[in-house]
Write a protein that binds this ligand. Sequence first.
Ligand SMILES: Nc1nc2c(ncn2[C@@H]2O[C@H](COP(=O)(O)OP(=O)(O)O)[C@@H](O)[C@H]2O)c(=O)[nH]1
Ligand SMILES: [Mg+2]
Length: 468
Amino acid sequence: MMEIPEFAVLGHPNEGKSSVVSTLTEDDRIQVSPVPGETRVSKSYSVTMDDRQVIRFVDTPGFQVPRQTLSWFRKNPGQDMVARFITEHEKDPFFADECELLTPVANGAGIIYVVDGSRPVREDDLAEMEILRLTGRPRMAVINAKSDTRDNTTAWKEEFRKFFNVVRVFNSNQADFYERIRLLESLKAIDQDIEPLMEGVINAFNMEWEKRNRMACAYIVHGMEQALTFSLSRRLKSGMDPVTLKEDLTREYQEKIRDIEQKMFGHIRSLFRHHLYDYPLPACSILRHDLFSDQTWEMLGLTRAQAATAGAVLGGTLGAVLDTAAAGLTFGIFTAIGSALGAGSALVGIRRLANASSGLGGDRVQVGPNENIQFLYILLDRALLYYTHMSRRAHGRRDVPQRESHLVSKGEKAGISTLLTQKQVRICLEFFKACRKKNSASGKNHSQSFSRLVASLLEDILKRRFNP
Ligand SMILES: Nc1nc2c(ncn2[C@@H]2O[C@H](COP(=O)(O)OP(=O)(O)O)[C@@H](O)[C@H]2O)c(=O)[nH]1
Ligand SMILES: [Mg+2]
């Protein structure tokens, strides 16, 4: 038999065959089209894991003339029926699509038959199913409901039982990793001979998924560590306006943090093999807003008043530092910067240090590392939300989600970080402190605990224990 399992995805035009292949192979570059009949040739897509092909799905054109094809099949029974049909009709344009879609079957592929479960069963469908039955190949029927409002699933199931070994409901636009695994599990049952092969495939899928999540966790922790430790400082030369310098540094600081976050997102996105799905994200998603915009802080539950208070508290602590630095800067400057650059910047540690040790004289202005623990929660919430999108989004889906209703409700904190237990909050706090101190010995421990915490949150998201 074949060295890796191969399945031809067959069905009527426009029922979702290409979407099913796209979701199963996590390949969003497969053409999915609202116009029926766009796929004219069969194309094979393999799933690659660790540079190894593990399974292949063949996307095919839809049946065009199932009744005529069935009538030929009935008149010409016997060995190699499919191959004989193709040889006989190869040059006949009337049967062009039928020859194309049956070629992988003639070559030994198993069959996945896809129907749109929201429409009723028609005469043509019965002809298609009968053709597939007559091929004698192992076959499974997949009900891919394109609409939630109409449901003919029960009628389909009834018909399918007469023609197929296994029937599965699989929504190509919603299926997540676990549903893909369940579909693969079902494929085991269509033919005992492919069972061991499919076991291997499922194993490979599970290992890849585990690895992917491990790496997503590492990218998140690494990115957060970079963002939380980052600081900038520059010498305040004579005649230089300290406020201008601080504003410049703050802008640079924000740029860098955005950059760190974007890189982290980019890694997560490629781990989950998304090319199409990036932005636009849902219009009201906090990911749409800038990391430092007021809305971000508000949507995560920090009201403007709270953000201002946090800034004021911070300003107060810094004021003391500045007094000892014997500089002419006052508390007022910090709040001024805060309002000029958005709530977020008020929480960025801005500090002026007397350069006593170098003996060169002159003050330095330092921006960052961020002094406020809220910054950690914002980074964490955004990373988890981005991860949620990337890990759950079915590759066969082509629409742009319009809204995330659960994030719209005003005054309610949308982030996962509000749901953390006392113990988890303590881990965050320790990690935050360690980042600010850059204390390598204890920092390593805290980063390990934090890493374990992030890993468990990712798992919660996958298992839908949270629904951000
Ligand atoms: N809402 C929704 N649309 C779907 C689903 N599956 C397919 N479609 C849409 O139906 C159309 C045809 O899908 P496609 O996969 O190209 O069908 P094919 O001709 O059988 O390959 C496309 O516009 C898809 O986006 C689904 O599960 N839900
Ligand atoms: Mg197609």
